[in-house]
Design a protein around this ligand. Structure first.
Ligand SMILES: [Zn+2]
Length: 223
């Protein structure tokens, strides 16, 4: 079944492996950029670096905002345990503002976000800390329509990375792509439910967020 197109011969390829045309997401950048040269890799910072304005950097733009933000900041009195005892696990999609969508304020909830809203080992780590050391008692898992992680398969994404970087590093990577949003949310809730270090009394509920309307719909996660 192997064809010339499916083999990873690196520099001889001129195009990255295609993603499905009908699945091209508006939220995923599929362009290929060359890896940084070794000399471009920044060393570990050992101290705070003074802000040096650079007109073309978004980071410098947001740092300017932060300087103003900090002048009137008045939430320094909050304690670490979330006041509303809530964890929200959601996709990192930039179109979702979890605080606005759920009416959450500073100090209200732990927000755990990654590509797809997946209960990975690291999300579990945070959930275990939060529920056992920070008194959180309820968890919402939120996936959303138009998610970039529904736009390709793990094999396709691994092929893309192998094409770009060659067979180096820890690969293949589990990207946790999915096709069925409901089943995806149910799976994440199941993963939470079955972990022995997530307290049994924790309320676990799953939701789909409509990226067009901003509305949440609950997904039954009883099984
Ligand atoms: Zn997403």
């Amino acid at each position: 079944m192997n064809t010339d197109e499916s083999q990873h011969t690196g520099p001889d390829h001129t195009q990255p492996p295609p993603l499905p045309a009908d699945h091209t997401p508006d939220s995923m950048d599929t362009t290929v950029t060359p890896p940084p040269a070794a000399e471009d890799v920044a060393p570990e910072p050992v101290e705070f670096i003074p802000v040096v304005p650079q007109d073309d950097s978004v980071i410098d733009e947001v740092l300017k905002h932060n300087a103003t933000f900090a002048q009137t900041f008045d939430k320094g009195h909050l304690t670490a345990p979330p006041q509303r005892n809530l964890i929200v696990i959601s996709c990192m999609d930039a179109r979702i503002n979890v605080q606005d969508a759920l009416g959450l304020n500073y100090g209200d909830a732990h927000l755990l976000r990654n590509a797809g809203g997946v209960v990975t080992e690291d999300v579990l780590r945070s959930v275990i800390v939060s529920t056992n050391l920070m008194d959180t008692t309820e968890i919402m898992v939120i996936a959303h329509t138009g998610c970039g992680m529904m736009a390709a398969t793990d094999d396709q994404l691994n092929d893309k990375m192998l094409w770009q970087y060659g067979p180096t590093g820890d690969c293949p990577v589990a990207f946790h792509t999915f096709t069925d949003l409901t089943a995806h949310v149910q799976k994440q809730v199941r993963t939470l439910k079955k972990h022995p270090w997530v307290p049994e009394k924790t309320v676990l509920r799953g939701f789909a967020y409509d990226i067009q309307t901003g509305k949440l719909s609950e997904i039954s996660c009883r099984k």
